[in-house]
Design a protein around this ligand. Structure first.
Ligand SMILES: [Fe+2]
Ligand SMILES: [Fe+2]
Length: 222
């Protein structure tokens, strides 16, 4: 397949980059907060929104893999260890449940230290298997999609369907969209928003959205 042609495998590799950074930034900061036994007052809202966005993106991502991507490629790339990957998604869900409880408690100001520890425990659970998990997905599945010679029309259909599924299963968009874009390098960001850059920027800077996501900025890339 031509390098410049749309390839859903490359999109998924890009999303892995988003979450790899999201996980590292969340863990680095939570470790610092734990030393002080509390969230930093100034960035409290931004950090909680950042981790909340990470959780939503991770959940939507592996839901799309379980329900759309894996069934679609099962026969085409039959040697991928799909069962192992699906069972690892369940471990991610355990971690995500802890993160959700931690965030809910921190948002309502309950049990600061206990909730921070829960947040860290959830992130650690994910981190322990994350890197080998995406290594398998990238090398055995996503990097091989280009050699399957899926025709252009079908690839575009897959991409549109995938985008719809992801948008339906993640949210709120005013956190998820900037989270995805600004955990990517400027080069990857430009590829992801190809053709809709102006629209995206306009949306992000709209009165409706701006105040909601900008508290995350200390944790995002420029
Ligand atoms: Fe996965
Ligand atoms: Fe994945």
């Amino acid at each position: 397949m031509n390098k410049n042609q749309p390839n859903i495998g490359e999109d998924y590799i890009r999303f892995h980059k988003v979450m790899t950074r999201g996980l590292a930034v969340s863990l680095k900061n939570i470790n610092e907060f734990l030393i002080n036994r509390a969230l930093e007052k100034l960035n409290r809202e931004g950090f909680l929104k950042y981790v909340q966005s990470f959780s939503s993106v991770l959940h939507g991502h592996h839901q799309a893999e379980d329900e759309k991507i894996f069934p679609y490629f099962k026969d085409k790339l039959s040697e991928v260890p799909y069962e192992r990957l699906v069972s690892e998604h369940l471990i991610f869900n355990d971690g995500l449940n802890e993160i959700k409880t931690g965030i809910d408690n921190l948002t309502s100001g309950n049990d600061e230290l206990k909730s921070l520890k829960l947040l860290k425990s959830g992130l650690d659970k994910i981190d322990r298997i994350w890197h080998s998990h995406i290594q398998i997905e990238n090398t055995q599945l996503y990097e091989r999609i280009g050699s399957l010679n899926i025709d252009l029309e079908e690839m575009i259909r897959l991409k549109i369907e995938d985008k719809k599924f992801f948008q339906k299963h993640t949210g709120p968009a005013y956190l998820v969209m900037p989270f995805v874009l600004y955990n990517l390098s400027p080069e990857d960001r430009a590829i992801l928003s190809q053709g809709s850059q102006e629209m995206v920027t306009k949306q992000l800077l709209s009165a409706d959205w701006k105040d909601k996501w900008t508290p995350m900025q200390p944790y995002l890339l420029k």
